[in-house]
Design a binder for this molecule. Structure first.
Ligand code: GAL
Length: 352
């Protein structure tokens, strides 16, 4: 009897095990359905882990426009493959003239948790409604719970009236000088929390010629005024950053709008630099155009034995059908001490 029970238990467990394994597969470029059967709508996104749950925040995109008609979406998952749609985390406003009025451009939202204030802090790239990409602002919103609702706080240009830590630069400084008074332009962006709890806002500035890395205040809601210029004149967008054994690695794209281009990679011994450029980390078909995608975030994942892995996240844009934009997630390996990203159509997120 005992034996029969054992056999039945094994037989019942087998298909479940097979199913679990299968459902943890990342299929790059395919439709990724959430728990309601809808393709995940969280583009230009980033992921924050809180407790044992991953929260994925990204731009909601519509059928015919990339303008923000809804706001920032949030999805939750414990395994990074099965996602629950938590709905709209930050909603656009119906008030005319509001900074995040419906129809504005609201891109690349990222959320970080502040352990001291216990608030969830969202930063994003904001363009005011009807003004194309000329406003070049960042926006900040805050929430008490990871999934929101997030309350919009303000939007602004960056670090008005302040020179970078290295002083007033000699080269490629025309835009920096032009915008000194009103604040520096702030477009494609990411956030990063360092091991000491200090957070940074990394964004394309100076007409997308130069990235700025700006320190945040202890509450993660403002700039402190300390910032550095990175790869001046290099025209980098879509910054994504991670740290590996004490070295900071940044992967970016060039500036070709929605069209994919070759990824760039940089490293530095400190977030303040000096930053050194390395060759394209991508390997395999279409590696010269980031596999058809554009970087958005690098997720740090800790295995059961606390071993750290990094996942490179990118967007395959569909400018003519924005809601149908797809995702690429690939593990970052190290080869001769440098990150490499190898193309895989599909892979199991739990693999070694
Ligand atoms: C890309 C940028 C996207 C979006 C797009 C608009 O270069 O990374 O976030 O702004 O341009 O053309």
């Amino acid at each position: 009897m005992k034996k029969l029970f054992f056999i039945i238990t094994i037989l019942m467990a087998l298909p479940m095990a097979a199913q679990t394994k299968q459902s943890l597969t990342i299929r790059n470029g395919e439709l990724w359905n959430d728990d309601s059967g809808q393709h995940i709508n969280a583009h230009g996104g980033g992921i924050m882990k809180y407790g044992d749950t991953y929260y994925w925040f990204g731009e909601h995109k519509s059928e015919h426009t990339s303008d923000a008609l809804v706001g920032v979406m949030c999805y939750a998952s414990k395994d990074l493959v099965n996602w629950h749609n938590c709905g709209v985390a930050l909603s656009v406003s119906d008030e005319r003239g509001h900074d995040i009025e419906r129809g504005c451009i609201l891109e690349r939202p990222k959320v970080i948790y502040n352990k001291v204030t216990k608030k969830f802090c969202m930063w994003f790239h904001l363009e005011l409604k009807g003004r194309g990409y000329e406003a070049a602002r960042y926006g900040v919103a805050v929430a008490d719970r990871p999934e929101g609702p997030y309350k919009f706080l303000y939007s602004s240009r960056a670090n008005a009236g302040t020179w970078p830590v290295e002083g007033a630069p000699m080269n490629f400084n025309e835009y920096l000088k032009r915008d000194f008074g009103m604040g520096q332009m702030s477009r494609d962006m990411t956030l990063y929390i360092d091991d000491d709890g200090k957070a940074y806002h990394i964004f394309s500035s100076e007409e997308n010629y130069t990235l700025h890395i700006a320190e945040l205040t202890a509450d993660y809601l403002h700039h402190t005024g300390r910032y550095t210029r990175m790869a001046p004149g290099g025209q980098n967008e879509a910054p994504a950053i991670f740290k590996h054994e004490g070295t900071y690695w940044m992967i970016t794209s060039g500036c070709t709008g929605w069209a994919p281009n070759e990824a760039r990679m940089f490293s530095a011994p400190s977030i303040w630099g000096p930053w050194t450029q390395h060759p394209n980390p991508c390997r395999g078909p279409k590696s010269e155009i980031t596999f058809g995608g554009q970087s958005t975030y690098i997720l740090e994942v800790r295995g059961e034995g606390q071993e750290v892995r990094h996942i490179f996240m990118a967007d395959i844009w569909r400018p003519n059908h924005p809601i149908d934009a797809r995702y690429i997630w690939l593990p970052i390996d190290f080869e001769n001490g440098k990150p490499v990203i190898r193309w895989r159509e599909e892979w199991n997120i739990n693999e070694e």
